[in-house]
Design a protein around this ligand. Structure first.
Ligand code: NAD
Ligand code: TDX
Length: 334
């Protein structure tokens, strides 16, 4: 395939930066990252990448004047930028409406003006949650039923993309992925929070009983799936991305304790998240059968051990965020 120029929004965040690394090592494409460098964005996540193939523009996806020329110059937009943390959306929903809704709208209008191919990154949380014993998993046909301000704004952003495809012929695809883990994830999120707590000698903190189930996928597998959709996905379609990684939170903490050489019961239960979704589970048959995608990280325990090693070796990357993040949790009793 001829080399393309990609505009990657939110490319200084966890999954966006993984995608930029993935694209630069698996294709001949060049990349412009548009990122506002909020508390969740980190220049260091893009360090060491070849300057002739990657540039960072600091700006807001909701700023039409900043967005327009970048979309005009790109062959495709891959839209990761979002406010992404459920707990923050419970404390203050307003930035979620700005970035997730107005930001997506602003990008769609630019893609419409310039006829630019658009891929929208979304989450399985738009479908709400499943019972623990429900034999069904989410598919592309599951009805939307979001629970939190975060997932409601992501659901709204998906609807905007679908409407811009149907009403204005924007050349867009969508993907809804399950919970990601891997290097460069912010310490506010479950797995990095517990790893860095354990490094600091603090016991892991489980919300409620810890029986909530998440369907874990390595961020690199998310990136390979997005590249497949960008290259071979059908315009207007939604693809669910998942790697059959269902585990409850207690199991994940126990695995981390084992990997890090602590006793299996060495954790605490803390206040539950209000409205806490019980279970997410993805059926990724369409992606696998139609586009021939499959995950490379089959072994969750191995992937988790490699992630622990990354946080042990990259304290300079996460340490500056740790204290403020824990202070925020302490105020919420978590
Ligand atoms: P993140 O919070 O780590 O990164 C978000 C990035 O977006 C940051 O670099 C931030 O600076 C940037 N950003 C925020 N507001 C912006 C704005 N107004 N303008 C420009 N940049 C802005 O998030 P993440 O976990 O990497 O998630 C990335 C995307 O993937 C999101 O759309 C999220 O909904 C989706 N997603 C995440 C997961 C997961 O498990 N983390 C799973 C499925 C889907
Ligand atoms: O300290 C904690 N203890 C705990 O038990 C934290 C931070 C979380 N949890 C629980 C809540 C969830 O059941 O762990 C699970 C995972 O929590 P998060 O990392 O906050 O992720 P989640 O709310 O599941 O959402 C994530 O996956 C879907 C991402 O943050 C979203 O951006 C994505 O859309």
């Amino acid at each position: 395939m001829a080399s393309r120029h990609l505009l990657v929004t939110g490319g200084a965040g966890f999954i966006g930066s993984n995608f930029v690394h993935h694209v630069l090592s698996h294709t001949d494409d060049t990349v412009t990252v548009l990122d506002a460098l909020t508390y969740a964005g980190n220049r260091a996540s893009l360090e060491g990448l070849p300057e002739e193939r990657m540039r960072l523009v600091v700006g807001d996806v909701a700023d039409a004047a900043a967005v327009d020329p970048l979309v005009a110059q790109a062959d495709a937009v891959v839209h990761y930028a979002a406010e992404s943390h459920n707990d923050n959306s419970l404390a203050d929903p307003s930035p979620f409406l700005h970035t997730n809704l107005i930001g997506t709208y602003t990008l769609l209008e630019a893609a419409r003006r310039h006829g630019t191919r658009f891929h929208h990154i979304s989450t399985d949380e738009v479908y709400g949650d499943l019972e623990l014993d429900d034999p069904q998993r989410f598919t592309e046909h599951t009805a939307y039923n979001p629970s939190s301000p975060y997932s409601a704004t992501k659901a709204g952003s998906d609807m905007l993309v679908r409407a811009w495809v149907r009403s204005f012929g924007v050349q867009a695809t969508l993907s809804n992925c399950s919970n990601n883990y891997g290097p460069r994830q912010h310490v506010e999120k479950f797995i990095p929070r517990q790893i860095t707590n354990l490094i600091d000698g603090i016991r892991p903190r489980l919300y409620g009983a810890g029986t909530n189930v998440r369907d874990w996928i390595h961020a690199d597998d998310h990136s390979s799936a997005v590249l497949a959709i960008l290259e071979r996905g059908r315009i207007g379609e939604t693809y669910l991305i998942g790697a059959d990684g269902e585990k409850n939170n207690k199991e994940v903490v126990e695995l981390l304790l084992q990997i890090m050489g602590r006793d299996a019961g060495d954790y605490d239960h803390v206040a539950d998240r209000p409205g806490h979704d019980l279970r997410y589970a993805i059926d990724s048959t369409r992606l696998r059968e139609e586009l021939g995608w499959k995950p490379a990280f089959g072994d969750f325990e191995q992937g988790l051990a490699a992630t622990v090693d990354w946080y042990r070796s990259n304290e300079a990357w996460w340490r500056p965020q740790k204290e403020a993040t824990e202070a925020k949790y302490a105020r919420a009793g978590q």
